[in-house]
Design a protein around this ligand. Structure first.
Ligand code: ZN
Length: 160
């Protein structure tokens, strides 16, 4: 059954409060390493103890999902700060944060020379509705467990 360090393969559908599908697996299941914070905490908690073939529907509150909307992640910039790069409402942009990190933010509105941005996750503040089917389980390899994620089909494809 699903526990820490188990590689879990699932099919799932994620719906928002309005019932609209936000995300789902299509051709192949999603594989993830359980217990390494690869998926939102409320999701992994619900999956713990499930068996292959088992299905479940459950909701995840925003605080156990992508978090509440944070006002401090909404901010303004000047058009000139974009150095002539084309900007458009709704577009995602990568900005350099105070410690050199990349912050991904969405352009919410352009008002004259002022650009309003939002770096909250698009699903922040939302209650999430999941339907999940467990396809397959296997123990994670020592390498996967040390990296904290799955390698191979359905997982990461990389070497490091
Ligand atoms: Zn890796």
């Amino acid at each position: 059954m699903i526990a820490n360090d188990i590689v879990v393969e699932i099919n799932y559908t994620l719906r928002g409060q309005d019932g609209k599908i936000l995300d789902q697996t299509r051709d192949e299941p999603l594989a993830y390493l359980h217990g390494h914070m690869n998926l939102i905490p409320g999701f992994e908690r619900q999956m713990t103890g499930m068996q292959p073939g088992e299905k479940k529907s459950f909701t995840v509150e925003a605080k156990d999902g992508y978090g509440e909307v944070r006002e401090d992640l909404r901010f303004g910039m000047k058009k000139a700060d974009f150095g002539g790069h084309p900007i458009k409402e709704g577009a995602m942009v990568g900005l350099q944060g105070p410690r050199g990190e990349t912050i991904r933010a969405r352009i919410v509105e352009i008002k004259g020379e002022e650009v309003l941005l939002d770096a909250n996750h698009p699903l922040a503040g939302q209650k999430l509705f999941f339907e999940v089917e467990v396809v397959k389980l296997r123990p994670g390899s020592p390498e996967e467990i040390s990296h904290g994620h799955v390698h191979g089909p359905g997982g990461h494809h990389h070497h490091h």
